[in-house]
Every structure is written in structure tokens, then in C-alpha cells.
Design a protein around this ligand. Structure first.
Ligand SMILES: Nc1ncnc2c1ncn2[C@@H]1O[C@H](COP(=O)(O)OP(=O)(O)OP(=O)(O)O)[C@@H](O)[C@H]1O
Length: 234
């Protein structure tokens, strides 16, 4: 099975080569654990290997996303201009100046069909190989009982396109689950990011909870966020 290199330093080894191609992976974690940075690094690495990517921004303004990425040296603007990267604005609903500048806008988050149509169009336009939805939790904020069914609908769409995808899932600080009833069963893989206080200091770590199509480490691995992104340290 073909594996997709994640671009997170040290993670491919833990995954025995990377994420199996076409897997839909839930990237779950509490606030500030590094989910957005992780998923942006995954997309940036794809761009370095000629794999077009899509970032669906549900939690942040597209301008903020571009700024945050450029902090790490991940300047996506030229890739957007060349049609190798698409940022889908599912944040502003087209209010303000966004409609003048953004090519892909989801206007009503309560309309999953609209969301899927915009996503499908962007995937087709740039022939995407990697997709990030940050975060899927926002899609079922007001209807948690639909969480699993929304995940399954997204999985159907993404599986059909051949993309390898990360679905960012927000969990509360002490939650043992993955961010919605049953969502963990619908996906091919789960990577969980944690931030814990150990001896008066916050430490970042991750667990590969499941990953269909490959064996993987079952250990907790500690990581750091550096100027050039996420790096596994043990
Ligand atoms: N340039 C940087 N160098 C080192 N650490 C950074 C840098 N920029 C941000 N961070 C760390 O990353 C954290 C934010 O990471 P990120 O936005 O990926 O979290 P998240 O899991 O997506 O959070 P949320 O669910 O709250 O949006 C910050 O709280 C900060 O600790």
C-alpha cells in the first residue's frame, strides 16, 4: 500500500512509512495542542512534493491562516496563484471583503450540500491529493447527534476523490473521546494530540490511536513546535 509522507519530522517512522494513501484521519486534541500547525505542515509538505492541497478554514479567517502559515516559512500564496493550493473560506460566510478576494466560499455552514459542493469543486479544480478540514467539529457544533453521519458523508466524498485527508477534531481539555459520538468509528485513522502539565511545565505529545492499513507505534511520543514546525523528540 502506498504511504503518504506527513512532513512532521519523525512521524513517518512511527507510522511505518506514513499515512496509507486515501485514508481519512481524525486529528483530535484539546485547545492549543498544535492541530492547525500539524495539518498545515502536512499540506506544505505535499506542496514540496508536487501534491496539490486544500485547507478548509472553519475556525479562522483565511487571511489569518495565510499569516499563521507564513510564520513557519510556509508561504502558500504562490501555490494558490499557480492553482496548486486552495484555501476554502468556511469562516466569513462571504461577509466583508472576503467575497472579493476568496475564490472558494461556503456561505451557509448549516447546508452540508453547499459545503460538499464547494469542496468537490476545489478538489477537481486543483487535482488535490491532500485535504484538511479545520475543524469538522464546527460542522456539528449545534447538532452533536449528527456528528457521525456528517463524518461518514465527508468520508464518502473524500474517499471517492483519492485524497488523503486530515479532519481536525476539537475536544475539551479532559475529554477521553475524540470530539463527537461515534466519530472515531467512521474514520480510517486517529492521531491524538495532548498537552499535559508535567512538573510545572506543559508538554506536547501524540498517540496514534488507530491507522487502518499499517502497523504503527503504540507509544506516546513527545513533540515540540519549533520555528520550522512540529518535530517529534521521543
Ligand atoms: N512560531 C511558533 N513557535 C512555537 N510554538 C508556536 C508557534 N506558533 C504557535 N505556537 C504554539 O502553538 C499553539 C497553537 O497551535 P495550533 O493553533 O495548531 O493549536 P490547535 O490545536 O489548532 O488549537 P485550537 O483548537 O485552540 O485552535 C500556540 O498555543 C503556541 O503554544
Amino acid at each position: 500500500m502506498k504511504k503518504v509522507s506527513t512532513g512532521i519530522i519523525g512521524l513517518d517512522e512511527i507510522l511505518n512509512g506514513g499515512i496509507p494513501e486515501k485514508n481519512v484521519v481524525l486529528l483530535s486534541g484539546g485547545p492549543g495542542t498544535g492541530k492547525s500547525i500539524f495539518s498545515q505542515q502536512f499540506l506544505w509538505h505535499g506542496l514540496q512534493n508536487n501534491e496539490p492541497g486544500i485547507y478548509v478554514a472553519l475556525e479562522e479567517h483565511p487571511i489569518q491562516v495565510r499569516q499563521n502559515m507564513s510564520q513557519f516559512g510556509w508561504n502558500i500564496k504562490p501555490f494558490e496563484e499557480k492553482g496548486l493550493f486552495a484555501l476554502i473560506d468556511a469562516f466569513t460566510a462571504g461577509f466583508g471583503k472576503s467575497k472579493e478576494f476568496e475564490k472558494y466560499i461556503v456561505r451557509d455552514l448549516n447546508d452540508l450540500h453547499d459545503f460538499i459542493d464547494v469542496l468537490r469543486q476545489a478538489i477537481k479544480d486543483i487535482n488535490a491529493k491532500r485535504v484538511v478540514i479545520d475543524s469538522v467539529t464546527t460542522l456539528y457544533l449545534n447538532k452533536p447527534t449528527y456528528a457521525r453521519s456528517i463524518i461518514l458523508q465527508l468520508k464518502r466524498v473524500l474517499a471517492g476523490t483519492g485524497c488523503t485527508s486530515l479532519l481536525v477534531s476539537q475536544v475539551s481539555i479532559d475529554e477521553r473521546g475524540f470530539g463527537g459520538p461515534g466519530v472515531e468509528h467512521g474514520v480510517d485513522g486517529i492521531i491524538r494530540l495532548d498537552l499535559d502539565e508535567i512538573k510545572g511545565e506543559l508538554k506536547r505529545s501524540l498517540l496514534i490511536w488507530k491507522m487502518r492499513g499499517t502497523s504503527h507505534s503504540l507509544k506516546r511520543h513527545y513533540f515540540e513546535i519549533t520555528q520550522s514546525g512540529i518535530k517529534i523528540v521521543s
